[in-house]
Design a protein. Structure first.
Lengths: 240, 121
């Protein structure tokens, strides 16, 4: 049976090294570029007609746009509108990253924790900067729950601080874990199909179901990642 | 000519109806925070709780380890922050499980997520 972890291996396609730092163009980077090209092509080509009554492709692009626009409006509010481009880009990038991994021989760059953690850290740092620039030092009040006795601050503030700092970690790990686990299951069950011969029809049927489920998870996790970013943004803008 | 005016009029009418429907929707769902919490269930919540629990501890230990390296007081900060991290993880798990207190955001997130799934949007 093939090693189920091997599919996540990073292979340098164009070895590059500048100043002792390895910046090779890898299969992961290739898929990221592919995702960017596909998103750009999909969004620009589909709305090229600018029809009042959209065709098939244009309405697909509009569905994505309206989905994210509604998400921002519902979860962040009117002030969130100016952050829409970033949220939309984040959603499309994660979504296409997840879906490109579902293509046979493809590579899901979201199944690497460093990629998801970098995206989560970007959201976290951005949201923290927005919070401080909007509220100044008042933003630090967030770390002390409203109405608690002042004497408990010694223990509550570190706990709230750790809880705040664990956001990018849990945000990144959630996406990474879902994608990695799904791909490992597909690979392991795929190994059973070959090993069992004629009876391989049973895991084969199971594999069909899991593949459909994986497409669902690819969509759902892109949604969860984006909506959590929206909610963090809401917290930073409005502060409870 | 008449066709064109008819078309534009029907479009206007459609626009009006859309606006009215959106206003109605806004009244119904405008206060997203005050929506009733749906039942939190499923593997998604289980995974979230597991991650939340681990995330708190890992971040706590990481902070403690960094402080120790910086101040050379190994292992005291790590011990203290291990427990603080565990407490933070527990708190996040409680918030996620109960779907309360939106200040960290996860409870409200789960609630809205369940609500949206129930509404089929």
């Amino acid at each position: 049976m093939a090693n189920p972890i091997e599919q996540f291996k990073i292979q340098p396609l164009v070895p590059l090294e500048i100043g002792g730092v390895n910046i090779s163009f890898t299969n992961s980077a290739l898929m990221m570029v592919a995702a960017l090209c596909l998103i750009t092509a999909f969004l620009t080509l589909s709305v090229r007609g600018r029809a009042l009554v959209p065709g098939r492709w244009q309405s697909m692009a509009e569905v994505f746009y309206e989905f994210v626009a509604n998400m921002v409006r519902d979860n962040v509010g009117q002030e969130g509108r100016k952050y829409f481009p970033f949220i939309f880009a984040l959603f499309m990038f994660v979504l296409f990253g997840n879906l490109l991994g579902m293509i046979p021989y493809g590579f899901a760059f979201t199944s690497h924790i460093i990629v998801t953690f970098a995206l989560a850290a970007l959201v976290f740092v951005g949201v923290t900067i927005i919070g401080f620039s909007r509220h100044g030092l008042h933003y630090l009040r967030m770390f002390f729950p409203h109405g608690a006795p002042l004497a408990t601050a010694v223990i509550l503030v570190p706990i709230e601080l750790i809880s705040y700092l664990s956001r990018p970690f849990s945000l990144g790990v959630r996406l990474f874990a879902n994608m990695t686990v799904g791909h490992i299951i597909l690979k392991v069950v795929g190994g059973f199909v070959v090993a069992l011969g004629v009876f391989g029809i049973v895991p084969m049927a199971f594999l069909g179901g899991v593949t459909v489920l994986e497409f669902g998870i690819a969509l759902l996790q892109a949604y969860v990642f984006t909506i959590l970013s929206c909610i963090y943004l809401h917290d930073a803008i409005h502060m409870h | 000519m008449t066709d064109e005016t008819k078309e534009s009029r029907s479009l206007e009418k459609l626009g009006e109806r859309l606006r009215a429907a959106r206003d109605r929707e806004k009244v119904e769902t405008g206060r997203a925070e005050q929506r009733a919490g749906g039942p939190n269930s499923g593997a998604g919540l289980g995974l979230r709780i597991a991650i939340e629990l681990v995330a708190g501890i890992v971040v706590g230990v990481a902070i403690g380890f960094t402080l120790d390296r910086w101040l050379g007081s190994r292992p005291w900060f790590m011990v203290v922050f291990l427990f603080l991290g565990a407490a933070a993880g527990m708190m996040n798990v409680y918030r996620a499980a109960k779907g309360i207190d939106a200040s960290v955001g996860l409870g409200a997130a789960q609630r809205r997520h369940d609500q949206d799934r129930k509404n089929g949007t």
